[in-house]
Design a protein around this ligand. Structure first.
Ligand SMILES: [Ca+2]
Ligand SMILES: [Ca+2]
Ligand SMILES: [Ca+2]
Ligand SMILES: [Ca+2]
Length: 321
């Protein structure tokens, strides 16, 4: 069905109408930890009513559509699903934003006017939280109201909305932020959260526009991200990345009491710089976004590698004991 629809609309691809961004759905200025759907147990996919048993997890866009059905038994509605891994983040966080990038992709008859999208959070500890990126379908997706292109089941909660005009402009960042999103993330208990993206704006044309957002498989536009104003476990110097600088803070104060040792070297807070502090760094090694100016520090220098090896041996020895 997907390809039949594609064929029907192929003549529109050459003259896509782009619209202007109307609302301030553009990514807010939250700084700190950046987590994409490519991290850890993260995942992104969409589900399609036209092919309810098919998985689209490997595609490079998230397709979203809410339109009139083609027939009583056939609709081209689509909903987006995104999961983020929060295991490297220490809660509570102080603020958060969720960002998507509009992408090129499957089109359709262009829509006009304001297009509004709802972002929902799947209940924490829901049985469907660990959906498979290669297995999610319209039929098995958690919280999917299969009778609707714009509704979810009661096990998901509305966290916010974003809007833009018409088909949107590829490369534009859209998303949500605010207290509802922050509270939802702080309430998480198992280090994974799932967000659903549904188009609230209904299209009377069954063959109308399919909105596309970049997934982590997209080579042109950025993957979906959460930007969190909080503490990245192991990021002792607070630069948003767990790397050699943080390791050196621990090793430079190794085996000392605090004070005189640097308090930053004691993330466990027990007043001593030891194995717990080392594990906070090594356990989240490479988490976060490498600071661009010091990108080279993400690659340990020869001298640092030996220090890291020593650290790994200490970690290993502890596991043996
Ligand atoms: Ca994917
Ligand atoms: Ca959760
Ligand atoms: Ca750091
Ligand atoms: Ca300690």
């Amino acid at each position: 069905m997907r390809w039949a629809e594609l064929k029907d609309h192929s003549h529109y691809f050459s003259h896509v109408t782009t619209g202007l961004i109307l609302t301030a759905a553009v990514c807010p200025s939250v700084h700190g930890i950046t987590i994409s759907t490519a991290v850890g147990d993260g995942a992104d996919s969409f589900i399609g009513a036209f092919d309810p048993a098919t998985n689209f997890g490997s595609l490079n866009t998230l397709e979203v559509k809410n339109a009139a059905p083609f027939s009583p038994t056939l609709s081209f509605n689509r909903k987006g699903y995104l999961r983020f891994d929060l295991s490297a983040v220490s809660t509570p966080i102080n603020g958060a934003s969720f960002d998507l990038t509009i992408s090129n992709g499957l089109g359709g008859v262009p829509v006009t006017g304001l297009q509004t999208f709802n972002v929902y959070g799947l209940d924490d500890a829901d049985v469907g939280e660990f959906w498979l990126e290669s297995g999610l379908t319209w039929d098995n997706a958690p919280a999917n109201d299969t009778a609707s292109g714009s509704d979810v089941l009661p096990n998901a909660t509305l966290l916010g909305q974003f809007s833009f005009d018409g088909v949107g402009i590829p490369g534009t960042t859209v998303g949500i932020s605010g207290a509802s999103l922050t509270s939802f993330l702080n309430a998480d208990t198992n280090d994974v959260v799932t967000l659903l993206v549904l188009r609230e704006t209904h299209d009377a044309a069954y063959d109308g526009w399919v909105h596309n957002f970049a997934t982590k498989e997209n080579g042109v536009y950025a993957a979906p991200i959460l930007e969190l104003d909080g503490l990245l476990i192991g990021d002792l110097n607070g630069d948003g990345f767990v790397g050699i600088d943080d390791l050196n803070i621990v090793l430079g104060n190794w085996n000392q009491n605090v004070p005189p040792a640097n308090p930053l070297a004691d993330p466990s807070g027990d007043g001593f710089v030891g194995i717990d502090d080392l594990n906070a760094v090594l356990g989240n090694w490479n988490a976060g976004l490498p600071p661009s100016a010091e990108a080279s520090s993400a690659v340990p220098e020869p001298g640092a590698i030996s220090i890291l090896t020593i650290g790994s041996l200490i970690l290993l020895r502890r596991h043996i004991l």
